[in-house]
Design a protein around this ligand. Structure first.
Ligand code: SF4
Length: 97
């Protein structure tokens, strides 16, 4: 599935939260295109996941993405994976009432 590209580049490093300055994706050698919205760009997604795997702010990033980022790879998840995980969570919360 392909998600439409937003006007701004992907990746938390484009934003201005303090924790983002510590992000692995803000390093100069990391290509923002790896954090793609194209769910079938497996090569880019794999490279993004490798960056995220060593990121010290992954948890904060995941929480941020859940609330603010409908597109792109964040905290090692594609937008589709993030949406799916949030749907499962919402369903479970509904079940426990
Ligand atoms: S978890 Fe990934 S996308 Fe999030 S800040 Fe770290 S490197 Fe960037």
């Amino acid at each position: 599935m392909f998600w439409p590209a937003p006007a701004e580049p992907f990746g938390p490093s484009r934003d201005s939260h303090d924790w983002m300055r510590k992000s692995a994706c803000s390093r100069r050698e990391v290509d923002p295109d790896w954090f793609t919205s194209d769910e079938e760009d497996f090569g880019a997604i794999e490279r993004a996941r490798e960056v995220c795997a060593g990121c010290p702010v992954q948890l904060l990033c995941r929480l941020h993405a859940e609330q603010h980022e409908p597109f792109g790879v964040y905290a090692g998840e594609t937008a589709g994976e993030r949406t799916q995980r949030l749907r499962v969570r919402a369903r479970r919360l509904k079940e426990v009432g």
